[in-house]
Design a protein around this ligand. Sequence first.
Ligand code: KIV
Ligand code: ZN
Length: 505
Amino acid sequence: MKVRIFDTTLRDGEQTPGVALTPDQKLAIAQKLDELGVDAIEAGFPIISSGEKAAVKQIAHAGLKAEICGLARTERKDIDAAVEAGLDYIHTFIATSDIHLKYKLSLSREQALAKAVESVQYAKSRGLQVEFSAEDATRTDREFLRKVFKAVTEAGADRIDIPDTVGYSTPQYIAAITKDAVEATHLPVSVHCHNDFGLAVANAISAVQAGAQCAHVTINGIGERAGNASLEEFVMALQCLQFDKKFETNINTKLLYETSRYVSKVAGVQVQPNKAIVGENAFGHESGIHTHGVLSNPLTYEPISPELVGRTRWFQVGKHAGAHGISAMLEEYGIKPSREQTHEILERVKKLGDQGKHVTDVELLSITGEVMHQEGLRRLVHLTGFSVSTGIGNMPYAFVKLNIEGKDFIGTDYGVGPVDASINAVQKITGEISKVRIKEYKLDSISGGSEALCEVTIKVEDAYGNQASARSIGEDIVITSVQAMIDGINRIMLKKILKQKNMGQ
Ligand code: KIV
Ligand code: ZN
């Protein structure tokens, strides 16, 4: 069965505390969602501001494949604003639970029902496709909910939606009221689940199993309070888990990670590291037992292949590490220690772990260099020219010249400070070559005084989620930052080249 994905990242997702998007940012996200393959995009709530109305209008006229929808209360002025925004599809809602009726709307059940019916009729008279939501449906009297859905259906609604507004439902209850709604209306039923008890995706899946044809979801699960059902978790669960019928969506799952990162960056909402599918750690392995298993067959500790969602698996060394994992990580850099050397490296890594230290590839490579009495890694990237100008009244500006595998590249850029300008200039070059971007940047002062030594640690990532860390120490913050960035890029490019070589063999 095909499940419809109604994405509300740009409406409910934008209601995440602290998030506000400009019309251009909203359009850019809508384009990404369209590429991802969502069936409908809730572009915004046109009545709330002129910028919001303009953003919805831009999205409605952007020629996207997805259906574009806008939110409207059961008020004529909201519906008119949606029409003015160029929409032909609205999502209109009124609360139906006694709590909302008494404390928020001061309406009786019958008055709310009449408003719902009147607004559906009005929206239809304005030529709109109408999806009707009974807000707080899961805390609404079950008989009354059925009555509301029946009445709006008779008034001409095209779809109905069951919002679990405060994430209060259990999977069993949402299944029961989904069946009620399907029986009462015979219209396509959607569910809109919030995550207050961490059950949003489970509830959405349960509703779909009970007959809902569509789920309202957001990228990274962003939304009011604890957020909404996450698109990536919902889609992958439907596609990969065992159900008594087969579910499919139109989502191009290979774009999930890229879309998640994009939304996280634009909306400024970080993804928790242990989040399913798109969290940093979702395909990372630390313990020796797991690493050994995955190296022998990834199915041992990975329910799905990371490539399916546009990601790459990675290994982390630490106190739970084993020889297989250490060897695999070093092999990514083309380093092959002997058995004895591997054991010595492992011992030293575990010692650091026992001291509570986080062991990145910086420490691993430095230990390996000592144990194997080797110089640093093969260098593909060399800094051959660099200058930066800064001052009061002029925006800092940097010029960078890199030699990458024998070819010269020049990058220039501005920034909020000289470090930012320099890193931006480097990224301009490497962004084009290998889509490398800086993921973490940390600056520490090692000694005091104006001639203090500083230490810069960075983590870089390419478009496939391959990561590398690097650290540099020096007197000049700007040059030290650029050196660390270039070391990181060198590492990630080396890994990529060796991987391609291994795959070609
Ligand atoms: O969570 C909710 O109830 C909503 C409504 C606007 C449908 O987002
Ligand atoms: Zn909501």
